[in-house]
Design a protein around this ligand. Structure first.
Ligand SMILES: Nc1ncnc2c1ncn2[C@@H]1O[C@H](COP(=O)(O)OP(=O)(O)OP(=O)(O)O)[C@@H](O)[C@H]1O
Length: 269
């Protein structure tokens, strides 16, 4: 359903993404891992058409995404929602209105200016918030919520678009371990229950292993690993992160593991 061929993005003489190729045949949950600067964000930005490719193509269900312009490009962006590390909500606006922003692409300018939403959409927004366990936060201003709650609002806004693909650029990098886990579980549920493809850039190996069906490893703009979490051995990880023999997986792990360990200790105590 998704085929990326020879995808390249150059900034001056530097290739941020260098001749990337991969196929996705079912709506999987995919993690992209790699060091800072490996090209993960640039890859997602090209998929969502926030950035234009220098070369190559992205074909989704037979349509060449890289060639879309104007209304067709906007239509693609609503089928391919994006969430960001910093949530990108409107801080002073209430939660439900932030979620309703997910419908902007299909609403008139006048309706948007006056914040007029059809009642069905408002019900739908609250249902989605309820699925994510934060319906009780609906009337609050977004800025009053915790980081983990704000990221769930951003996921709700993405789901409101009813997208086939959700792209998540470091969705848990600003969160504490408990909230990171809640947000990753929310993405996994949206993937499993709705059959939406999720592609998430993740800083850490353990998160990718734990929540994704497939992991793509990038190094210096190139895809150097593409396989299942089981195939992601310490040797493969060392290669992705460009590390020496002293490579420690713990160095790329979030505190989710620490959280698990402390939970296990509590249970065993
Ligand atoms: N707009 C830009 N102009 C110039 N260089 C850029 C631009 N955007 C990204 N780059 C460069 O491209 C390379 C890849 O950046 P990218 O942000 O895609 O990496 P990343 O793996 O997502 O890193 P991080 O985890 O730090 O976000 C980096 O060397 C970066 O400096």
């Amino acid at each position: 359903m998704l085929t990326v061929t020879n995808l390249t993005k150059r900034f001056g003489s530097k290739a941020a993404v260098d001749n990337a190729n991969f196929d996705v045949n079912e709506p999987a949950m995919i993690g992209i891992i790699g060091r800072s600067g490996a090209g993960k964000s640039t890859m997602l930005r090209m998929m969502n058409r926030l950035a234009d490719a220098s070369e190559g193509s992205i074909v989704f269900e037979g349509e060449d995404i890289t060639a879309l312009k104007g209304a067709a490009k906007r239509a693609w962006q609503s089928r391919c929602a994006m969430i960001f590390q910093q949530f990108n909500l409107v801080p002073r606006m209430d939660v439900v209105s932030n979620v309703l922003h997910g419908t902007l692409n299909r609403r008139s300018t006048v309706a948007t200016m006056f914040n007029l939403y059809p009642e069905d959409d408002i019900h739908k927004a609250i249902e989605i918030l309820d699925r994510l366990g934060i319906a009780d936060q609906a009337p609050k201003r977004a800025e009053a919520l915790s980081g983990g709650q704000q990221q769930r609002v951003a996921i709700a806004r993405a789901v409101m678009q009813d997208p086939q693909i959700i792209l998540a650029d470091e969705p848990i990098a600003s969160l504490d371990p408990m909230n990171a886990q809640i947000v990753m579980e929310a993405l996994r549920r949206i993937h499993e229950e709705d059959g939406r493809m999720v592609i998430a850039n993740l800083h850490t190996l353990d998160t990718a292993r734990r929540y994704c069906d497939r992991v793509i490893g990038m190094r210096d703009g190139r895809i150097v690993f593409d396989g299942t979490p089981d195939q992601l051995t310490t040797g493969a990880a060392r290669d992705i992160y460009g590390a020496g023999d002293d490579f420690s997986e713990a160095a790329t792990s979030t505190e989710i593991q620490a959280l698990d360990r402390s939970a296990a200790t509590a249970v065993n105590a």
